[in-house]
Design a protein around this ligand. Structure first.
Ligand code: HEC
Ligand code: HEC
Length: 260
C-alpha cells in the first residue's frame, strides 16, 4: 500500500507544478530571495527559521552569502506552494508575516515583519506574485449573489463533519492552510465566524472557482463530488458529496445558477 503521505505529497506537487510555470523564476531569484536574507530591526531573518521550518529555504553553503542556481530553484519550488499566482492577498507568503491590522493573518510564529502593505518588501513580493496568471476568472462574477453566498454557502465550509464524511474535517480546517486556490480567510483570534469584510474576501476567491450558470464545469462543485457522480477523480480532502442530489451540492448549484 502506498503511504497516504506520499499520495498527499504527489497531489500537492502536481498542484504546484500546474501553477509553477506561470510565475517568474528570475524575478524570484533576484528580487524575492534577498528578502529572505535581509535583516529587519526586531526580527530574525527569514532564513534563520525557514532553513528548517516550512516553507523551506535551502541551507546556505558554508561561507556563502546567497544560494546557488540549484538551491534557488529548490527555494522557488518550495515557496510557490504558499503563493496564489496573480493574487497577493490570497498568498500566505505575503499574508503570514504581515500585521493583522494591515490585512495579514492573525498569527505568525516568526513575527510580523511588515506593518503595512506599502512596505517596499511586501510590494516586491506582490509584484512577483502578480507575474503569475490569476486563477481562471469567472466570466460573469456579477451574477453571483453575495448575500446568498454568505448565508447559505459559508456555513457549508464551516460545518463539522462526521468520520467517513469526506476526510471527516470541516472544509475550513484545511482550506485556511492547504495549497489550493480555495483559500479561505482564517478567523481573527477569538472569533467564531467571519467578519463581513473577510466574507467579501472569501467571496472573491470562491467566485473564481465557479462558472456562473455552469455547475458541472465549476471546480467548487466537482472537486468534493464523488467521481462516480460526475465529480473530479480526486480531492485530497475527500469526497463529501456522493451524488448531485446531496442537499449541499444543490445549494451550491442554486448559487452558481444565480440564486439570490
Ligand atoms: C523566528 C522564526 C521565524 C522567522 C524569523 C520567520 N518565520 Fe515564518 N514561520 C515560522 C514558524 C515556526 C512557522 C510555522 C507556524 C506558524 O504558521 O506561525 C512559520 C510559518 C510561516 C509561513 C506559513 C506556513 C503555513 O503553513 O501557512 C510563511 C508563509 C512564513 N512563515 C513566511 C516567513 C517569511 C517570509 C519570513 C521573513 C520575512 C519569516 N516567515 C520569518 C518561524 C519564523
Ligand atoms: C483534509 C483537508 C481538506 C478538507 C477537509 C477539504 N479539502 Fe478541499 N482540498 C484539499 C487539498 C489539499 C486540496 C488541493 C489538492 C487537491 O486538489 O486535492 C483541495 C482542493 C480543493 C478544491 C480545488 C481548488 C483548486 O485549486 O482548484 C476545491 C474546490 C475544494 N478543495 C473544496 C473543498 C470543499 C468544498 C470542502 C468541504 C466540503 C473541502 N474542500 C474540504 C484539502 C481539503
Amino acid at each position: 500500500m502506498i503511504p497516504l503521505i506520499l499520495v498527499l505529497a504527489t497531489l500537492l506537487a502536481q498542484e504546484t507544478a500546474s501553477s509553477a510555470s506561470s510565475l517568474d523564476y528570475a524575478f524570484f531569484r533576484d528580487h524575492v530571495q534577498p528578502i529572505f536574507l535581509a535583516k529587519r530591526p526586531g526580527h530574525a531573518r527569514c532564513i534563520v527559521c525557514h532553513d528548517h521550518t516550512t516553507p523551506r529555504l535551502q541551507e546556505l553553503s558554508p561561507g556563502a552569502t546567497s544560494w546557488d542556481e540549484d538551491q534557488s530553484r529548490k527555494n522557488f519550488g518550495a515557496w510557490l506552494q504558499f503563493v496564489a499566482p496573480g493574487d497577493p492577498m490570497s498568498s500566505r507568503m505575503l499574508m503570514h508575516p504581515l500585521a493583522a491590522a494591515a490585512g495579514g493573518d492573525p498569527f505568525h510564529a516568526g513575527g510580523k515583519h511588515w506593518t503595512s502593505q506599502s512596505d517596499p518588501e511586501w510590494q516586491t513580493l506582490a509584484a512577483w506574485v502578480r507575474t503569475g496568471a490569476p486563477a481562471a476568472k469567472s466570466s460573469a462574477p456579477g451574477s453571483l449573489d453575495f448575500e446568498f453566498y454568505r448565508t447559505r454557502i459559508e456555513p457549508i465550509f464551516l460545518k463539522p463533519r462526521r468520520p467517513g464524511e469526506g476526510s471527516g474535517n470541516a472544509c475550513y480546517t484545511c482550506h485556511t492552510k492547504v495549497a489550493s486556490r480555495l483559500r479561505l480567510q482564517p478567523f481573527s483570534s477569538g472569533a467564531t465566524s467571519w467578519t463581513e469584510a473577510q466574507s467579501r474576501q472569501n467571496f472573491e476567491i470562491v467566485s473564481r472557482l465557479v462558472i456562473p450558470g455552469e455547475p458541472l464545469k465549476s471546480p467548487l462543485m466537482l472537486h468534493p463530488l464523488a467521481s462516480e457522480a460526475g465529480g473530479d477523480p480526486t480531492h485530497t480532502g475527500g469526497k463529501f458529496w456522493v451524488s448531485q442530489a446531496n442537499p449541499e451540492w444543490q445549494i451550491v448549484a442554486a448559487w452558481v445558477q444565480g440564486g439570490k
